[in-house]
Design a protein around this ligand. Sequence first.
Ligand code: NAP
Length: 258
Amino acid sequence: MRRVLVLGGTREARTLASRLDQDPTIEVISSLAGRVREPVLPVGRVRIGGFGGVEGLTQWLRDNDIDAVVDATHPFAARITANAADSTARAGVALLVLRRTEWSAGPDDRWHIVPDLASAADAIARLGERVFLTIGRQGVDAFAECPGWFLIRAIDPPSTALPRDAEVLLARGPFTVADEVTLMRDRGIDVLVTKNSGGALTSAKLDAARELGIPVVMVARTPIPAGVASTSDLDAAAAWVTQAKRPRHTKGRASECG
Ligand code: NAP
């Protein structure tokens, strides 16, 4: 048996886990941070909660005889991605990052690309007064001092400081373009703020912004750590798992498996 850790919290991670779960030679352990109150759980074994930084994850990989790690976390979960790169290097375990393709602007889009949330907060002052903030629940406090009115959409309520004038809308995608257009029109939105998460589940807001001629403040991704293999293709990730080189620490589990 190959034992694979899938760092999750995304639809891609769940799809990969269910794909690998069908292979009798692979045991999948999915890991979630535990941020969402009612997470959609992947099939198979699941562990929830942080590992305790690089030290903790390195030890966990050794203690659990992990053969390979697929980091299928969200493109903006930069800390766990950096930790996975360090820990797998230390433990001598193969690592692949599975990351969905970025969104890219078309000729009719009015994107303002910024490096982080603080820059996004600065940018909106020049662009609009009624802001649709779709960055999830984390990082909303970067906008706490901003003037203007905010529609904040997230799966769970933000637990940090909010802008003074704001409505929180709890919703989980996918959303349709028609619904996004109606929502933006209804709330009089004149600027959209989002992170370049990529993927089809939440891209309808970008189509709606284009249709309505609304500017988009797009927060760019942190790059994948240098030297780490990556793919956006699920089939390639599944194939990689079956071919991944066994780690140095693996002692062989023949006795465990009988
Ligand atoms: P982060 O800033 O990169 O990670 C912060 C800490 O949370 C990590 O150091 C780690 O704690 C723990 N952690 C993160 N992902 C984990 C996982 N899959 N399993 C176990 N521990 C994990 O991450 P984040 O931005 O807070 O995101 C947390 C989770 O939500 C991720 O799994 C991600 O896939 C999902 N998510 C994030 C976003 C987003 O916009 N950031 C959006 C949708 C889903 P220790 O150091 O203690 O190990």
